[in-house]
Write a protein that binds this ligand. Sequence first.
Ligand code: ADP
Ligand code: MG
Length: 486
Amino acid sequence: MIPEEIRNKYQAVIGLEVHAQMLTASKAYSDDVNEYGSAPNTNVSAITLGHPGTLPVMNKKTIEFAIKLGVACESHIHEEQHFARKNYFYPDLPKGYQITQDTTPICTGGQIYIKDDSGNEKKIGITRIHMEEDAGKSIHDVDVYDTLVDLNRAGVPLLEIVSEPDIRTSQEAYNYVSEVRKLVRYLDICDGNMEEGSLRCDANISVMLKDASEFGTKVEVKNMNSIRNVQKAIEFEIERQIITIENGESLAQETRSFDALKGITISMRTKEAANDYRYFPEPDLLPLVVKEDQINEVKKKMPSLPRDLFLKYTNELNLSEYDAGNLTENRDIALFYEELIKETSNYKSASNWVMGDVKSYLNKNGLEITDFPISAKTLAALIGIIEDGKVNNTIASQKIFPVLLENPSKDPLQIAEELNLIQESDAGSILTFIHEVIEQHPDEVSRYRGGEKQLIGFFMGQLMKASKGKADPKAANQLIRETLDK
Ligand code: ADP
Ligand code: MG
């Protein structure tokens, strides 16, 4: 750790390059199956291998996905698309080149909204989004002697999202990758799974003195397999760079690799040794034209986006930012909530149910909301009978909800009636219970009357017990006070 006062002299500058594997059925330029976890080297045709005489064919879905992401980021979507070859040798790159977009990315400009370290909204500019293909995978840890190569991943379509150097802290970087992941999941174009490598992030990091007018020398860090590790790698790198500068040494522009076990970055190659990719136009693919019509078609089918829902929940439904953030964190949860509020206008109660009983049931059972047995309509009906004063929240949560989980087609009101759970809000029957409680606890009654008003909690507890939880708490609270204060 470097002393605070030294650290505080510097400002970090960060730009991220995120690669997202597209959830297409087939690969980017062939009909090989695009699937994670197949037996090694089973989804590999002659096209993927780049055998002489084979020709790539563009997968239309990837263009649609790129447009979707571009629309979501409010990027400029360009009409004319060219493809380029990026040439390099690597054992997991059978063609000897990668088909990518060099000078004509499909999208430029736009932004991703994140929260800064104080929780305020901040725009991170998008430099470009382009389409390309993944390489195969070199596996170093299965065979003791050799590196193994699995080419199933070769040719899987990718979108690369390059940010402007607008990010200033490791926490902002964490928030940025989280937002990108949330967005691609909402758009259903990538599963966002960093552990399986379907979402990957390279971080470009530099530091400069706070009053400097130019950015410092940047270092690119690779191989982080979780968002937390992106943050850790950046944190380490910022300190390393500050220490280097403070020691009077100069920083090399280089690519470094993150070692998650040690929590450090290690030099892989310097800029001087960097590959010259010799980009040139891909001769086997025709230029592609993205028409206004096609963009409008995609716009028509755009799903709700997390930020729009967040703004709707806070501005229109008057939920807190905490609730809105929680509900929109996961797309399917948000969609369930959307269904729920079509059936009930008690938005806050609906939010409490989703974030409370529903989520804890899912967590306890390791389930996703898509596996949740109770329909939004039935849950709304349960919220409705609480609102109508037929049962209280506790009864609904502890007695009716569990029955519904077992019998999701049952009607909540019917369950309440069958189990004799309908709340007593009728003053007469509540008073019977109150008198019972007062008779049984003469000491507490005199203490209450002597000024220990906090004993009201005790009486409410006793009353709930006597009424088996069926007394309407609001009516009961008032009646008990009136009776005791007499
Ligand atoms: P390169 O030509 O080395 O690939 P680019 O200009 O394409 O560099 O930028 C790649 C990424 O690095 C982008 O995300 C950009 O925002 C980021 N970047 C550029 N300059 C800096 C810098 N000085 N410090 C941190 N990040 C930077
Ligand atoms: Mg680059």
